[in-house]
Design a protein around this ligand. Sequence first.
Ligand SMILES: O=C(O)CCC(=O)C(=O)O
Ligand SMILES: [Fe+2]
Length: 358
Amino acid sequence: MESAGEEPAPLLPVQELAASRHGAGDDGGVPSRYVARRAHDGSEGTPTAAVPVIDLGRLCQPAGGGESADEAAKLRAALQSWGLFLVVNHGIEVSLMDAVTEASREFFRQPLVEKQRYTNMVGGNFQLEGYGNDRVATEEQVLDWSDRHYLKVEPQDERNLALWPPCLRDVLHEFTTKCTTLKDCLIPEMAKLLELDGNYFSNQFSGKAETYARFNYYPPCPRPELVFGLKPHTDASFITLVMVDNNIGGLQVLRDGEWYNVPNKPDTLLVNLGDQMEIMSNGIFKSPVHRVVPDAEKERLSVVMFYSLDPEREIQPAGKLIDENHPALYKKVKIKEYIAGLFEYFAQGKLVIETAKI
Ligand SMILES: O=C(O)CCC(=O)C(=O)O
Ligand SMILES: [Fe+2]
């Protein structure tokens, strides 16, 4: 047994683990620490989510007009139902998206010793940034069937370039710039849907607002129905952009107690709302619970950009959305403390948004 407060030893990356297992036994060689659920929990018949596809060029036309109103109506439906949507005509060249995915693949394909140069375990202590797995707090914690590389990309002067592998540097810089333009275009449209000033949310993003990039790698798993690539969670961000390897599904979203597959559409980006938006919109917009299931045969990669407000900022439901018929549903929370809470709750398989509810 571990003594209280002592962290268990770091784990082998799942990529290495997957490569060393050969499907022996009932559990296909999946170690018990990764077994999150019983087989046959109904995931075979998972329906597909009818996730709206939003044309960003039409949505963000400077003069507004009919086409833009159509897209805005679709956006409203998306934000009030699934909490996520796909974006086309998003202004990011397919060649850049492919280059980022390829660079990520190249990073994970390197020998372990190369990747360990960017490890998130420094002197036996877990660091948020870097390559590895999530923090392991207890022996009982159910582990996810994935590895990741996690980097702060904004503010630019807070980048820890020593953790940026050469193969990712230029493409990640360019991708961040493009994703931030996309986010800056989307967020005013969301404010307008709530009848808030168009700049209401944008004004909350100061120069200290933080963006993290997360490169997820999900190796094939001999028994995908027993594990999660990522456990069910909501994102603690304001908004998240996800680029998924074109050919492999696996992302699922929870709605009214039922899981749905999120469809894959080549060259699109997926946008999902985070808890910061749910809180500030007083729950009108939802931060969806989602999870990832690995594939039995194929590896899966995703690149995720988490846009968050300044860690020192406190947020609460927008005053204009509160009146006697619409009481505040969430407490005031400090971003920094909320995000720290996310990692703690995620490790325990719980949702941090519950702590913010009144
Ligand atoms: O890999 C994906 O499709 C989603 C990843 C995700 O939800 C996350 O990194 O928070
Ligand atoms: Fe997520």
